[in-house]
Design a protein around this ligand. Structure first.
Ligand code: FES
Length: 103
């Protein structure tokens, strides 16, 4: 069975923007895109930058340090200099909360 962890209130995730949250000791980025919520590790795979400080455009997050990009749905890089995917996590919305499966 999936171990769902309460990460935030649904209302804390801004539409078309990103926030960083600490969940079970991990630094996680939550993205609000077109009424849906996506979650990835917050640390860029290219260097020491937090994606929550970046710029969200549609389903793409642009890293604040070198402007590499990831697709927040898959974690796959979409723009250089990023070559390594960022880990993403299953999300469900229930009872007004955002739940993540971190395992
Ligand atoms: Fe994110 Fe370089 S640290 S693109």
């Amino acid at each position: 069975t999936t171990n769902w962890i309460d990460a935030a209130a649904e209302g804390d995730v801004p539409p078309d923007d990103v926030i960083g949250v600490a969940v079970a000791g991990r630094d996680i980025a939550l993205y609000g895109v077109e009424g849906q919520v996506f979650a990835t590790d917050n640390l860029c795979t290219h260097g020491h930058a937090r994606l929550c400080d970046g710029f969200l455009e549609g389903h793409e997050i642009e890293c604040p340090l070198h402007q590499g990009r990831f697709d927040v749905r898959s974690g796959q890089p979409t723009c250089a200099p990023i070559t390594e995917a960022v880990r993403c996590y299953p999300v469900k919305i229930e009872a007004g909360r955002v739940w993540l499966a971190l395992d």
